[in-house]
Design a protein around this ligand. Structure first.
Ligand SMILES: Cc1cc2nc3c(=O)[nH]c(=O)nc-3n(C[C@H](O)[C@H](O)[C@H](O)COP(=O)(O)OP(=O)(O)OC[C@H]3O[C@@H](n4cnc5c(N)ncnc54)[C@H](O)[C@@H]3O)c2cc1C
Length: 536
């Protein structure tokens, strides 16, 4: 049972470091959220008592650590005037601390022992260093191993840690399992058309790493990469290494992007980014606004809605796609149509496609459309784009109807293309009626939302920005994006992998990482061959 460390900042500024003997605390507290003191006490009591019960179930005795931790938190509450035992359950209920709030500054599971521990100190030269032990870093490690190229994979956390640590509890793949085709390790489970859950995904990636014994060190952060003597100097948390070639496989989602207007929000509204959202139960009571309707935002809004939370969703320009059409998953049709083989250069939007939000749809419960109009009909409150925040609340653009229409139009255009494909290839497929909107916004719908009165929490599903500042190599354009073709950068010996639309739609996903990793490994091998010929 992994323990969870959490840090509370009390209204008087004191910081309390706490520990729960089980992950039950994650059901009631969320990192970066803040709660009225009484609400915090109620949540800690629920979480720690539950943790103690879990220990009792496993070991037959109650957990003294949980009891002592709860006593320490309640003692702090008493110092602030809260009645430790008398908090009945309502947010902000009872007590002299009134609406003063406690922030959960950190909430992390103790990292289980690394299965690929690094030595205390790393030094010396390696032919190739791969930074990142996610699916991209491991895929290229497999391809380098095939070519007998000596290399090291350095991962700052654990294998597949972004899947494990930065996805919500009910997260599942949006792409069907059969698209998980790591090199030499296709999905072999019994549900190829299904959608793996969060923990199954990380187990799949771990299984892949074990299948070829990737030379990987976990818990090693690469702090900088610099050019040096015709190769690279790689500074890590465990010492300095040099390498002839470096492959950056650190994903495309580096730093949560939260709009600057967030700073103007009342401190009484809890704020968190989609990458730290765990589940509906850990958020403070009261209405929740999700900002952004891309894949994460639409799915998180659904997660909250089906849990019975009062949900507001700020709908942006993200398109959508149907889950199934004419008897098959749309992903299966698009695969047959060659859509996923189209290089970025052939995309109608060209390189700009790299910045487009993903189509929203879900794999939850076997997969279905996300029809925001249906959710609005059933009580979800939809708004247009968030444009301003002031002390009395939030303002939204008058573009809700247009954004819903545009998302539906994209979905219907994809169906048109599938129809054409079926016709051109004389495929037998059932017909089905097209989508007909089940709800329309009224004029001026949802243009204001009072806060903090009408809002307890905001989930920013507003994407990520790049941070390559630690790569001190002139391989980036004015916007900070790597200058590359298919992952081969303009600096000899430096490669990038796993970025969205690096080469095709599948580049930043399971679907295309095999092709991209093989391409980069071949370029690495070629350049090593050229260098060894030159040296001979
Ligand atoms: C919400 C969401 C849903 C997604 N759903 C799907 C889906 O359904 N299907 C699909 O195919 N794809 C999906 N993706 C896209 C993609 O598959 C994942 O983003 C995947 O994690 C990318 O793998 P990666 O190896 O490129 O990057 P990551 O998994 O992010 O791995 C990069 C690794 O690098 C490590 N690292 C970073 N910096 C350093 C450093 N300086 N030193 C050492 N290590 C470092 C990180 O700890 C991390 O483990 C989704 C992405 C998101 C954000």
């Amino acid at each position: 049972m992994p323990a969870v460390q959490f840090t509370l900042r009390w209204p008087d500024g004191t910081v309390q470091r706490c520990c729960s003997p089980s992950t039950a605390i994650e059901q009631v507290l969320v990192e970066a959220a803040s709660y009225p003191v009484a609400e915090l006490l109620r949540r800690c009591r629920t979480g720690l008592e539950h943790a103690s019960d879990r220990v009792r179930e496993q070991r037959g005795v109650a957990c003294s650590l949980a009891a002592e931790q709860l006593a320490a938190i309640e003692q702090k509450g008493r110092e602030l005037g809260e009645e430790a035992g008398g908090v009945g359950g309502g947010a902000g209920g009872g007590g002299g601390a009134g609406e003063a709030r406690v922030s959960v500054e950190r909430l992390r599971r103790d990292r289980p022992r690394a299965t690929h521990p690094a030595p205390d100190t790393l030094s010396g030269h390696t032919d190739v260093i791969v930074v990142g032990g996610g699916q991209a870093g491991l895929a290229v490690s497999y391809c380098l191993s095939e070519q007998s190229i000596a290399h090291l994979v350095l991962e700052r956390n654990r294998i597949a840690s972004t899947w494990r640590d930065h996805r919500w509890d009910t997260f599942c793949l949006v792409t069907p399992n059969w698209q998980c085709r790591m090199p030499g390790y296709p999905y072999m489970g019994d549900d190829p058309d299904g959608f793996m859950l969060r923990d199954e995904i990380s187990e799949y990636v771990e299984g892949f790493a074990a299948s070829f014994k990737s030379p990987l060190y976990e818990g090693v952060t690469v702090e900088s990469v610099e050019c040096s003597d015709g190769g690279f100097r790689v500074q890590t948390s465990h010492g300095e290494l040099t390498a002839d070639q470096v492959i950056l496989a650190v994903g495309g989602y580096h730093v949560p992007a939260v709009p600057r207007l967030a700073a103007a929000l009342s401190p009484q509204v809890a704020q968190l980014h989609s990458s730290t959202y765990p589940n509906p139960y850990s958020l403070p009571d009261g209405p929740v606004l999700v900002v952004g309707s891309g894949q994460s935002g639409a799915q998180i809004a659904e997660d909250l809605h089906v849990a019975g939370r009062e949900v507001h969703l700020s709908v942006g320009s993200a398109p959508r796609v149907a889950r199934f059409y004419r008897g098959r998953d749309c992903v299966a049709w698009l695969e047959d149509m060659g859509h996923y083989d189209m290089p970025i250069e052939s995309h109608p939007e060209g390189l700009a496609a790299r910045k487009e939000p993903n189509h929203y749809v879900t794999g939850r419960d076997g997969g279905h459309d996300i029809d925001l109009r249906a959710y609005a009909r059933d009580g979800m409150r939809l708004h247009g784009r968030l444009i301003a925040v002031d002390e009395s609340g939030l303002s939204f653009a008058d573009d809700l109807a247009a954004n819903l229409d545009a998302a539906d139009a994209t979905m219907e255009r994809i169906k048109d293309a599938i129809d054409r494909h079926i016709e051109e290839h004389a495929i037998e497929a059932p017909t089905e009626p097209r989508y007909s909107p089940v709800w329309e916004p009224s004029a001026g719908e949802g243009e204001r939302l009072a806060a903090p009165e009408g809002l307890s929490t905001i989930v920013w599903a507003t994407g990520f920005r790049h941070d390559w500042s630690w790569v001190k190599v002139p391989a980036f354009d004015g916007s900070g994006y790597p200058t590359h073709h298919r992952g081969v950068t303009t600096v000899p010996g430096l490669y990038v992998l796993g970025l969205p639309w690096l080469h095709t739609w599948g580049s930043g996903r399971f679907a295309g990482i095999d092709r991209d990793a093989r391409y980069v490994a071949e370029r690495v091998a070629e350049s090593r061959a050229v260098e060894s010929r030159a040296a001979a």
